[in-house]
Design a protein around this ligand. Structure first.
Ligand SMILES: NC(=O)c1ccc[n+]([C@@H]2O[C@H](COP(=O)([O-])OP(=O)(O)OC[C@H]3O[C@@H](n4cnc5c(N)ncnc54)[C@H](OP(=O)(O)O)[C@@H]3O)[C@@H](O)[C@H]2O)c1
Length: 376
């Protein structure tokens, strides 16, 4: 691996709501506890533009280099690295955790967390994220991948993926973390809502790979049908979100008794009937995972909760064990990625095209589509 260049190009957010700009900056150096990764591809969230223009009101220190999950190659490591080395292909996970208290967390380039102290994670050492040619990240946020297995040709025992396909492994852990926190097991029937967004459709794929069957809920029947086709599984049933609770519950009942309800609603779904319909449609001892923090307060059907012994859990992101297990599932061929799972790149952008890139990500958030920054 060539030595780090003196400077690198990065997308910079000077202040929330101001236009972003590409700047040339001194390349970060690897210090103990860190790796400097040459970014190859970085995912763009469907709501990324709304984070940086201020619509989402996510707390972030500025100036900073924004970012999201990425795939890259380690360029340099700190002197205490025990496993990672220059040249390794890695997943770059933006979920930062306090080393002295892993329950304190922030999302590099996206959100500085929910506690008074979580902001410390992003105001010093780990301020800059992955929308850049290089990113300095904590060693533990760089997950080494079996490059030969994932990218190698199928004729030589590989899975034949592209680097872009591997970006799926940065979306799927969110769903995997949620599914695992409510103990999803093979044979379970899980209601996923809304199932037509980026994280929602990944949740359907993850649940299927875990051996569950899925009732996918969404407003848009065409998008649901597309998802069903992509999944190519008869374990996916569809129920439309109509905002008529009785209608939704009748449709859910026709799909058979459900063990769990997984929700990852965006703020726009505040007040939608589907969360109540989903919870009320669970069988005895059903489990609920709520992951859509921006949706505001949700009315809890206390009577059903009590007489059916329901459990409700919230989840922000995933555990380290989740992402390691998910990589194992992907490398084992159990969890299909990218184009082999029906996903195509709907937009591929350079940093200078950030405006177009964020607009494209918002437009192409549906099942089977990804939008990314590419680096050559
Ligand atoms: N807890 C966590 O760790 C975690 C992690 C990542 C993301 N999230 C949250 O998850 C949310 C969803 O992420 P995403 O990437 O899937 O978003 P997305 O790609 O923008 O998709 C949004 C989804 O919400 C649906 N929707 C929009 N307005 C709705 C409404 N009024 N009623 C019902 N459904 C509605 C959309 O369906 P239509 O086709 O009907 O528009 C689509 O399925 C994000 O906004 C974020 O806040 C949480």
């Amino acid at each position: 691996m060539a030595a780090l260049p003196e400077t690198y190009r990065a997308l910079v957010l000077n202040a929330i709501g101001e236009p972003l700009e590409v700047q040339t900056k001194p390349t970060p150096q690897a210090t103990p506890g860190s790796a400097v990764v040459k970014i190859l591809a970085a995912k763009i969230l469907s709501y990324g533009g709304d984070i940086y223009n201020g619509k989402r009101k996510y707390p972030l220190p500025t100036p900073l280099v924004p970012g999201s999950g990425a795939v890259g190659r380690v360029a340099a490591v700190g002197s205490d690295a025990t496993s990672l080395a220059a040249g390794d292909l890695v997943l770059v996970d933006i979920y930062l955790r306090g080393r002295d208290d892993p329950s304190i967390a922030a999302l590099s380039g996206v959100h500085e967390g929910h506690t008074e102290t979580s902001s410390r994670l992003m105001r010093g050492e780990w301020r800059d994220s992955t929308y850049a040619e290089y990113a300095k990240m904590p060693l533990e946020n760089c997950y080494k991948l079996d490059e030969k297995r994932l990218l190698g040709p199928t004729t030589a025992g590989g899975l034949g993926y592209t680097v872009e396909d591997l970006l799926a492994m940065l979306v799927q852990p969110v769903a995997f973390g949620g599914m695992r926190c409510i103990g999803i097991e093979p044979g379970d029937k899980v209601i996923v809502s809304p199932a037509t967004g980026s994280f929602g459709s990944a949740a359907v794929q993850v649940a299927l790979a875990m051996g569950a069957s899925v009732i996918a809920m969404g407003r848009n029947m065409d998008a649901l049908k597309k998802l069903q086709t992509i999944c190519a599984e008869d374990r996916v049933q569809l129920v439309q979100i109509t905002n008529d609770q009785q209608q939704e519950m009748e449709a859910l009942a026709k799909c058979g008794p459900a063990d769990a309800f997984f929700d990852i609603s965006p703020p726009a779904a505040a007040g939608s009937s589907h969360i109540r319909s989903g919870m009320l449609s669970l069988k005895h001892s059903g489990r609920v995972c709520l992951m859509g923090s921006g949706i505001g307060d949700v009315a809890i059907p206390a009577a059903a909760l009590t007489y059916k012994n329901l459990t409700i859990k919230g989840k922000w992101m995933y555990e380290r064990a989740d992402i390691l297990k998910m990589i194992q599932m992907a490398e084992g061929g159990l969890l299909k990625l990218g184009s082999q799972a029906g996903w195509v790149t709907a937009g591929r952008y350079q940093l200078e095209q950030w405006e177009e890139a964020f607009a494209s990500a918002a437009k192409h958030a549906g099942p089977g589509e990804r939008v990314l920054f590419e680096f050559r």
